[in-house]
Design a protein around this ligand. Structure first.
Ligand SMILES: *Cc1c(COP(=O)(O)O)cnc(C)c1O
Length: 351
């Protein structure tokens, strides 16, 4: 008998590498924003009295919820906030996926879903994407314990129209459907309005990608008042003070600064289109991305050696081994300058 007989063993999520040396490095592996966040964020951090840290933060994070409420036109009671959307999603798994039927998500998607399912003891089933790597909503028919998917999907970058999101939500009134909109600000249309019509839809968003605040850890969810109450009950049984003071204040300021959001996402979309055009000219194939990354590969060029060769050059991208993902690389859209270095390397790379 050993203490190891009675412990919980899990297979953890593996995030993209965060290298310690940042010198000449071009970091295109975790979909961070290459531009700084709202200037208001640096002002708040500069002016925040350290003495405030003596006190616990507001457990309701009212300032942040009020900013979200104003900007998105949603009453505070329909907003949940957390430590990045990973925290929000993990809480949502714990809260809403508590039945015995399997929860459904795509076979190629955010790999954290499977980890949370295992951690929280949620039965699940992976539904294969179609040949074009699209979600086919007809594959989700029939009883299930819930549905979760990113829109746009990751790492494919493909956006699914709201009419299809509505099919999933409307045909499953007996379970909760989670729409993970981590990349929605890069060209897609949010399912937020559908939360008024359907009480079983949770829409999750984050400051990490479009608002350049991955390091601050702020995420949120919109949903029916009852859904949000259930989420808060679980959170308050877990940790009442999830968001710290700096995150609440900086998060509120970043939400209110629509100009910086539009400026940054506008630049990224422009660079995305320019880069995908150049890659296509070089013979790369890729999905149509409405995100801040490209999922691309070239016939006759193995993705893994290319991934390693790029790394040697200090260009970090993401490689997902596996049958349907292993022939491509996921490349975050950085600045035009960073993309030029990448494109130059690829032009000289024979594979
Ligand atoms: C990045 C990402 C998240 C998590 O982002 P946070 O930094 O925790 O807000 C969630 N879902 C998808 C699909 C993502 O790509």
């Amino acid at each position: 008998m050993s203490w190891e007989d009675n412990i919980r063993r899990v297979t953890p999520y593996v995030p993209g590498e965060q290298p310690r040396v940042t010198g000449r490095l071009i970091k295109l592996n975790t979909n961070e924003c290459p531009y700084p966040p709202s200037p208001e964020v640096s002002r708040i951090l500069r002016e925040m009295p350290p003495g405030d840290m003596r006190l616990y933060p507001d457990p309701e994070a009212v300032e942040l919820k009020d900013a979200l409420s104003e900007v998105y036109g949603v009453p505070r009671e329909r907003i949940f906030v957390g430590v990045g959307s990973d925290d929000v999603l993990s809480m949502a798994f714990m809260t809403f996926f508590h039945g015995s039927l399997p929860v459904l998500f795509p076979d190629v998607t955010y790999s954290f879903y499977e980890v949370w399912a295992e951690l929280h003891g949620v039965p699940c089933r992976k539904v294969p994407l179609d040949g074009g790597l699209n979600i086919d909503v007809s594959d989700y028919e029939g009883p299930c314990g819930g549905i979760v998917f990113p829109n746009p999907n990751a790492p494919t970058g493909i956006y699914m129209g709201l009419e299809n999101v509505e099919v999933l939500v409307g045909s499953h009134p007996d379970c909760v459907v989670i729409c993970d909109e981590a990349y929605i600000d890069f060209g897609g249309e949010s399912a937020l309005p559908l939360t008024e019509k359907y009480d079983n839809l949770l829409v999750v968003q984050t400051m990490s990608k479009s608002r350049a605040m991955a390091g601050m850890r702020v995420g949120w969810a919109f949903g029916n008042e009852k859904l949000i109450k259930y989420l808060n009950d679980v959170r308050n049984s877990f940790n009442s003070y999830t968001l710290n003071r700096a995150a609440i204040l900086c998060g509120a300021a970043a939400v209110r600064d629509r100009d910086t959001l539009e400026k940054n996402t506008g630049m990224i979309i422009k660079t995305r289109e320019r880069t995908s055009g150049a890659l296509r000219e070089m013979g790369f194939a890729m999905t149509d991305s409405l995100t801040n990354f490209l999922f691309c590969g070239r016939e006759g060029v193995s993705a893994e050696p290319l991934f390693r060769a790029l790394r040697e050059e200090g260009i970090f991208v993401r490689y997902f081994p596996g049958e349907r993902t292993g022939e491509r690389l996921r490349v975050t859209v950085g600045t035009d300058g960073q993309m030029d270095v990448l494109l130059d390397f690829l032009r000289g790379y024979a594979g």
